[in-house]
Design a binder for this molecule. Structure first.
Ligand SMILES: Nc1ncnc2c1ncn2[C@@H]1O[C@H](COP(=O)(O)OP(=O)(O)OP(=O)(O)O)[C@@H](O)[C@H]1O
Length: 238
């Protein structure tokens, strides 16, 4: 496996205040990696800094030979896709037009999500939340990105749709060699599709595990890293 993303000592935040500290992580081609932690630990901030939307305060991000301060559009041209819970679909265009407009193959997307076939000529605004997100993710994956950053893809969607989205990420990793770094609330589902996991606490990566190890320690992980008790502790003054 070859490295698509390597991050060393990354710190980032807002208005001069650091939110994530000295983050080290790596994603290999064809690998699905989860970034987990309770609310507010800095998962979104990490992805924003990796995507180029938020300038790092320190550290290095190696992606496709670009420097840590290169903006999202430059990273996107080198093969980075950044997908969030906000479904980015043109509402007045049909699903087919949305894909054509992005220059991706309709067949490739419907191969990944056959459930889109029946609504391919429906306007984006009339698609269900799940269909809109399949369209968003399908469009991103059809470009065969080197790296997919996905932030809570499945927020508010039905469990069946969550599985479909995660399966599609796994398939893209296997068939196109896409490396994926995903933040996901449905932790147990995400672990079924992932290879490795980073656990964050107070803006730092505290533990790196294989997904198999994480699955076997899931109760402890939920208690120590994901519960509301951890959230309260994280927010308590030092
Ligand atoms: N635009 C912003 N300006 C100032 N502070 C912010 C901003 N966005 C996030 N923060 C703060 O940074 C910290 C980390 O937020 P972040 O969204 O990265 O956490 P998260 O782990 O993704 O949380 P969640 O699981 O709730 O989405 C929080 O304390 C949050 O209030």
């Amino acid at each position: 496996m070859s490295g698509v993303l390597e991050v060393n000592g990354l710190s980032a935040g807002y208005f001069g205040q650091r939110v994530i500290h000295e983050v080290d992580l790596a994603v290999q081609a064809g690998e699905v990696v989860c970034l987990l932690g309770s609310n507010g630990v800095g998962k979104t901030t990490t992805l924003l800094a990796l995507s180029g939307e938020l300038k790092p305060m320190s550290g290095t991000v190696s992606f496709a030979g670009l420097g840590p301060r290169s903006p999202l559009h430059r990273r996107a041209r080198r093969g980075l896709s950044y997908v969030t819970e906000e479904r980015s679909v043109f509402k007045a265009m049909t699903a087919r037009e949305n894909l054509r407009c992005a220059g991706v193959s309709v067949d490739e997307v419907t191969a990944l999500f056959p459930e889109l076939e029946k609504c391919i000529d429906t306007k984006g605004g009339l698609l269900s939340g799940g269909e809109q997100q399949m369209l968003t993710l399908g469009r991103a994956l059809a470009r065969r990105p080197k790296l997919l950053l996905a932030d809570e893809l499945s927020l508010g969607l039905a469990p069946l749709v969550v599985d479909r989205l995660l399966t599609a990420v796994r398939t893209a990793a296997k068939e196109s060699g896409t490396g994926a770094l995903i933040v996901e609330q449905h932790v147990r589902k995400a672990l079924k599709h992932a290879d490795r996991v980073y656990l964050m606490r107070r803006g730092r990566i505290e533990l790196a595990l294989t997904a198999a190890e994480a699955r076997s320690r899931i109760d402890e992980i939920e208690r120590s890293y994901l519960s509301s008790a951890v959230l309260a502790e994280d927010r308590a003054p030092e």
